[in-house]
Design a protein around this ligand. Sequence first.
Ligand SMILES: [Zn+2]
Length: 444
Amino acid sequence: MTNIFEAAASGDLDYIKNQPQATLKSRNDRGWTVLHFAARYGQLDIATYLRDNHGELLTVVNGDGKTPAQLAQFWGYDQVAQLLSPPQQEQQQSKEQLSSLSKQVNHVNFFAGSPLNRYGWYRTEQDHLNRLMHATNARFLLFSKLDPLFDKNDKKTGLYWADVEKIKAASLEGALVFLGIDERFVSDKEGDAKEGIPYWALDITVNEKDNNMTLVQLHQDLEKEGLEFSSPLPLGFQLDRESAAILAQARAMVDWHTRNKFCPACGNPVKIKEAGYKMTCSSNETSQCISHNGIHNFAYPRTDAVVIVCIVHPTADKILLGRQKRWPARMFSCIAGFVEPGESIEEAVRREALEETGIHVDHVAYHSTQPWPFPNSLMFGFIASATNEQVKMEDKELESARWFSRSDVLGALKGDGIFTLPPKLAIAHQLILTWATSTQPAKM
Ligand SMILES: [Zn+2]
């Protein structure tokens, strides 16, 4: 017995023409319409008939979030895909509206925008490194148990930058990372590095077992000066942008050293090389340790990709925000999650949206990125368009997810709305701000 889906798949146009209107609107258990089947199997005649007589089927998405045109495209039926796609002009308009939302080209987020030239080519040049380490204008950002040293004497609550004299008690071996040079301040003073101000990160954590008395003394001296090791957040948000960017680099590097003392392949201690940017297994290079073979990701600092997305409603007048239980009461933010192996960044956006909220995402437009060195993420920010509106929290990562109108969002941005947003310096806030203040409500 034939049904309409089989008829569409096999190209039986007469059968389709003889079906009542209501039957042609039906969907199977995977959400496919008769037009999905025609598109999947490249049935041009049926696709043409349905387009001309049942245009409402063109925009229906199936259970995988695909329109008939997208299915035809995927299976290589270009002629059918073209037939079922929205008119060129409308597509063009949609692309322009998306890119106008992400038009803040080179938007620099907080924790990015470092003034330093990293001088990567010095990392293997020990003579240069020694000179920059002992330069009288060198600045060292100190860490203890991953907390940077703040100078609270300074009303602005800045970081404390030690000079080489101050830290001479600490061993300059081990947890020392060359951050780069601020070339805006070149110097011809005797003892200074002539290229500019060299920046370093130095971990002076006292190891309870060793109880290194020189380090203990250094800690006491620093405390006497009113300096304090504190968690980088929220104090880091009060820094000027340039200091915050240097802190981001330093914190991520010191964290990497702290958590990776041993070779993950064989358990031998690691050796630090290249001014802190490379680790090698201390086992003999001819040994069986796999880390000596091929390319792998544990010899160099890791940066984990995270996607964060402001999802726009199909009608373009609302956005989808979610909240996690542990967040401050009433705070909502963009949907976010880690990129997994073997997927593109835009696929990660679509997967996270679907898993956390049940929303299918179509166009994904890039906005900007933000380093988030707690410990080593890079947030990729997007504005994307949804094709459905029914929220369903599949993976229970969120406590709640809902659509907010433009006026709700503008209220929250002003601080007097029905909900609150993450701080201004977080990329989520910037994505939401870009959407809420875009001049044309984007129809995507
Ligand atoms: Zn090893």
